[in-house]
Design a protein around this ligand. Sequence first.
Ligand code: ADP
Length: 206
Amino acid sequence: MSWPYVVGVTGGIGSGKSTVCAEFERLGVVVIDADEVAREVVLPGSQGLAAIVAEFGAGILNPMGSLDRSALRRVVFADPARRESLEKILHPLIRTRIREQVSRVLSPYCLLAIPLLVEKGNYDQVNRILVVDCPVATQISRVMARDNLTLQEAEAIIRSQATREQRLNKADEIIVNVADIESVKSQVERLHADYLAHAANLQTSL
Ligand code: ADP
């Protein structure tokens, strides 16, 4: 069985990860979204949700029986041991599901979007790291507009994430998203050609 080359995409909130991923998708590249996988593993009826209820009680369910994320956040917020229990339940499920999705990819490479890749340090799932970068002031104005946040809210989220320098230190490639979408498109097209070449090299060296 051939295994695709996996490019991890990361970047701070509002840097333009979704915008970049959409451009790769337009070129036919499969994008796996780690946040989406994290939501799927706790859907009603899932093994993940059952394990969370067993650990934290039915109080973390809302009346319709789905996960009440804010109730769960309140339970784990100030308690590192409980947060660790939650991560012990979720991480193996998320990893397995990501591996399943990667194994179904038919193209030579795929993207795995992991917003908190640098914060969590789970680099073993990716062959390369692509960082989407822009100045903090640009992140702030984009997320205030997109998510209807105040300046203080936007700044607080950015402060809770890795710094630009920490992320750029881990980057194999960088997309600089400071101009228009055309500039993103041309950077994506260039990288797409590079990744196809990397993936081909990897296949021949196996
Ligand atoms: P992320 O996924 O990293 O949080 P998004 O891709 O959602 O970021 O981008 C944040 C917001 O900024 C979105 O509303 C998006 O449409 C907008 N945006 C991103 N890049 C550009 C750009 N180069 N020009 C104009 N708007 C952009």
